[in-house]
Design a protein around this ligand. Structure first.
Ligand SMILES: C[S@@+](CC[C@H](N)C(=O)[O-])C[C@H]1O[C@@H](n2cnc3c(N)ncnc32)[C@H](O)[C@@H]1O
Length: 444
């Protein structure tokens, strides 16, 4: 057996030792399809993993990172929280281990993705809902230019300057499926099918997600996407999901709490938790709202430009693309030194707000850590996977700065360990020299 899988199984056995035999083996069966190709802080190992295969969330960590984190604790927690849920990796893995998860996510499509994975289903009624969708879709038509009247004009042909993301016929079918899904009586089914339709949207489009944004596929002008591909792609996604919920529906914990919204305020609603594990956005100007624009507009999560602006301003201040206040007071010796260097080189940066954004980023994480400190039991742990960034040659050591800021809040450092080296942008050298770090803090 692969040595890493063996180690993982040993950890799973230790973490689930108090559970009955059947739920213990369910976690092991799930992990049997986990690959070991890349670092645990990336999603490279999860393309075939049930649930994680529903939607390729590029910024996810692998479930084995969650197992590793739980295994570092002295006792198995009863509850855990992830304030930056993403694709729900922490919460789903916790359910497999019998640990009750709470998670927060600001992006409504991603919040639906998380909940679609965590909720329970009856497979027969899911099949009935799928048949209802097919019946409705076969005799309905939609008007994309009306439904998407406020969406970016590049979304549908003729687009802007001869470029568009979907042909009118493909957009029409996607919206017909969306309308049929929204007509389902069971909101949990509507959520799952919406997420599955969302999982087909990039492959049906003329763009791919690359680096920090989208770009047109090579030769997209000659690429023909037939409207019938919409239904076929949804069918494939549904059959995979059905297999996963049937095989792995009986997880030791089926309960969960999902808070939809901005973690900077939503954490106030949380009651006591034993452990926090998360990976916040990195201060690298990656705009999550922009990257997930196809799903947000095509599935109706955004209906106006104002919705878009509201969502972008509710995200952590890790990017400069949306105009908003970067007022911040966070201060620590390393942060202040970094800020002095960044301010001195402001003129060389592609956006003059970058230095202010960096302090604001730490201000936001101080708000998160302060809220968690109030919720976590004494002696409880917070683990964060964080990534460094660099602007105009000035590096931001996110891990060390958070250790200093956490110390002021009432956390002591348990461990600071490197997870991998990330590639910097072409302007910053393009080499693998940015650290991704696991920061483990304990509440004093
Ligand atoms: C690095 S991803 C987390 C990935 C996650 N660990 C996983 O495995 O899927 C960070 C997430 O934080 C979310 N986010 C950004 N700002 C937020 C905020 N203010 N409140 C809650 N979530 C936020 C983003 O939408 C994104 O999904």
């Amino acid at each position: 057996m692969n040595i890493l899988l063996e180690e993982l199984n040993t950890n799973i056995s230790a973490l689930t030792s108090s559970l009955a035999t059947a739920p213990r083996s369910l976690a092991r069966e799930w992990f049997a399809r986990h690959d070991f190709l890349g670092p645990a802080s990336t999603n490279q190992d999860t393309h075939n993993l049930p649930f994680q295969r529903w939607y390729r969330f590029k910024e996810a960590f692998a479930p084995r990172a969650v197992i590793d984190a739980f295994s570092k604790l002295e006792t198995v927690p009863r509850t855990c929280i992830d304030p930056f849920g993403g694709s729900g990796t922490t919460a789903l893995t916790a359910q497999f281990l019998g640990i009750r998860p709470t998670t927060v996510e600001v992006n409504p499509f991603l919040a639906d993705l998380i909940e679609a994975k965590l909720q329970s289903y009856n497979s027969q009624s899911l099949l009935a809902s799928y048949n209802q969708i097919l019946d409705v879709v076969s005799c309905s038509t939609t008007e994309p230019s009306t439904i998407l009247a406020n969406a970016p004009r590049t979304l549908i042909a003729p687009g802007v300057n001869g470029r568009w993301i979907y042909s009118a016929a493909v957009a029409e079918r996607i919206l017909a499926y969306r309308t049929a899904i929204e007509a389902l009586n069971d909101p949990s089914h509507a959520r799952l099918f919406k997420v599955l339709l969302g999982s087909t949207l990039v492959e049906l489009s003329n763009v791919i997600i690359s680096g920090k944004g989208r770009r047109y596929r090579a030769g997209w002008e000659r690429r023909i996407v037939h409207p019938s591909q919409v239904g076929r792609a949804l069918q494939t996604a549904f059959l995979n999901a059905l297999e996963d919920v049937v095989r792995f529906g009986d997880r030791p914990c089926r309960d969960y709490s999902l808070l939809r919204g901005d973690a900077r305020t939503a954490l106030n609603e949380v009651t006591e938790v034993d452990f926090a594990l998360f990976s916040p956005p990195y201060p690298n100007s990656f705009d999550y709202t922009d990257i997930y624009n196809l799903e947000l507009w095509m599935l109706g999560y955004l209906k106006t430009a104002d919705d878009n602006r509201r969502l972008r301003t509710a995200t952590l201040r890790s990017h400069v693309q949306v105009k908003r206040s970067f007022d911040a007071v966070a201060s620590s010796p390393i942060l202040d030194r970094t800020m002095a260097h960044l301010s001195a080189r402001r003129g060389e940066m592609w956006n003059k707000n970058i230095p202010d954004m960096v302090r604001a980023y730490f201000d936001d994480l101080v708000a998160i850590l302060t809220a968690l400190h109030g919720k976590i039991t004494i002696g409880g742990s917070v683990m964060m996977v964080v990534g460094d960034s660099r602007y105009a040659g000035v590096s931001i050591d996110v891990g060390k700065i958070l250790v200093e800021l956490g110390g002021e809040i009432g956390f002591k450092l348990a461990d600071l360990s490197s997870m991998r080296s990330m590639r910097s942008s072409a302007q910053q050298g393009g080499t693998y020299d940015l650290d991704e770090t696991l920061v483990h803090l304990i509440k004093r």
